[in-house]
Design a protein around this ligand. Structure first.
Ligand code: CND
Ligand code: ZN
Ligand code: ZN
Length: 375
């Protein structure tokens, strides 16, 4: 009944950084060719959204609709969309997969040229957006924009999932779980018996721990400034947890002393360039591998003595855990349904969509891991 028509609905609009999101009535235009309009059912609150609200990601256009970790149901599709139809359960993909660009045809890369993260153009592939509010165009975020009852995405940025998938859980496959888990199993390729250090024990960091455990790591050391995060980290597989505040020397010295000269794998899951260097220096000088998962503020730079790499350490990064989103997200959803993977414990809070600002407060105060908003 709504197909082909403009939908009026509620959305959390970000008019400017450093102020609460504002629940507004917006208009969502019908999908154009190769676009899909989705009714969002559940969406998680991720630190990357908060990086925009805090102003850390400053190279972005306002007003915009944030949110990139969600699950929903297709409302209608534009011309030429062949792999989706109304009623399909879907997950929007902040790391799209066009299947044609140099990265998409390379089996070792998942960074499709059509990704908006980093560029932050805030528009669909046709260079416009389907959202308006109070007569003004509203920009997209991360090709997805899920803090709204309805969104429109390009068909390369959404994938159909199993009809039995519980949307209020698998929304985390849209970001936190897949990003963290894949950083361990795809990007680092953690080996059995190895020692891992995970800096930052939020939703993404705990998912790295899940991945390290599944890969057979024998020691998994969690590091966080907030010791309240430790019990949950241990539930997910951390064998020990340390708080840098409890030591009067640099944390990489503490870690190298604990681990016979350094860990095999270090993960930075905070977005702090100082911690990125600490992670690198915590890894073994001859064979350590460090994966950057956290998103640093715009224009931040890392500096370290290149001797750290010359001796044999490897430094790399991974977006969305290295997964090729269209191929891999439906498989991760099936693994969840078949109980091969579980991440329910990441969801510490559920709130109605209208309480979205409370969800961000819980994240900032360090009280939540993931808040899932229901629409
Ligand atoms: P969240 O804020 O929940 O977790 C971060 C944790 O780090 C918190 O527990 C903090 O207490 C802790 N912390 C902060 N500063 C320090 C410090 N100096 N030393 C030790 N611990 C500290 O965040 P999240 O888990 O939602 O996200 C983590 C990062 O991952 C964040 O930067 C986010 O933007 C990024 C990310 C990356 C990707 C990707 O594709 N690579 C996708 N989504 C999010
Ligand atoms: Zn995220
Ligand atoms: Zn591509």
């Amino acid at each position: 009944a709504t197909a082909g028509k403009v939908i009026k609905c509620k959305a959390a609009v970000c008019w400017a950084p450093k102020q609460p999101l504002s629940i507004e009535e917006i208009e969502v235009a019908p999908p154009k060719a190769h676009e899909v309009r989705i009714k969002i059912v559940a969406t998680g609150v991720c630190r990357s959204d908060d990086h925009v609200l805090s102003g850390a990601i400053s190279n972005i256009k306002y007003p915009l609709i944030l949110g990139h970790e969600a699950a929903g149901i297709v409302e209608s599709v534009g011309e030429g969309v062949t792999d989706l139809q109304p009623g399909d359960k879907v997950i929007p993909l902040f790391a799209p997969q066009c299947g044609k660009c140099r990265s998409c045809v390379n089996p070792d890369s998942n960074l499709c040229y059509k990704i908006d993260i980093g560029k932050y153009d805030g528009v669909l592939l046709d260079k416009t957006t389907r959202f308006t509010c109070k007569g003004k165009p509203v920009y997209n975020f991360a090709s997805t924009s899920t803090f709204t009852e309805y969104t429109v995405v390009d068909d390369i940025a959404v994938v159909k999932i199993h009809p039995d998938a519980p949307l209020d859980k698998v929304c985390l496959i849209g970001c936190a779980f897949s990003t963290g888990y894949g950083s361990a199993v795809n990007a680092a390729k953690v080996k059995p018996g190895s020692t891992c250090a995970v800096f930052g024990l939020g939703g993404v960091g705990l998912s790295v721990i899940i991945g390290c455990k599944v890969a057979g790591a024998s020691r998994i050391i969690g590091i966080d400034l907030n010791s309240n995060k430790f019990p949950k980290a241990k539930e997910f597989g951390a064998t020990e947890c340390i708080n840098p505040k409890d030591y009067d020397r640099p944390i990489h010295e503490v870690l190298t002393a604990m681990t016979d000269d350094g860990v095999d794998y270090a993960f930075e899951v905070i977005g702090n360039t100082g911690v990125m260097t600490s992670a690198l220096l915590s890894s073994h000088f001859g064979c350590g591998k460090t994966v950057i998962v956290g998103v640093a503020p715009a224009n931040a730079t890392m500096s370290f003595d290149p001797l750290a790499l010359l001796t044999g350490r490897v430094l790399m990064g991974a977006l969305f855990g290295g997964w090729k989103s269209k191929n891999d997200v439906p498989k991760l959803v099936c693994d969840y349904i078949n109980k091969k993977i579980n991440f329910d414990g990441l969801i510490t809070h559920t709130l109605p969509f209208e309480k979205i600002n409370e969800g961000f407060e819980l994240l900032r105060k360090g009280e939540s891991i993931r808040t899932v908003l229901s629409l």
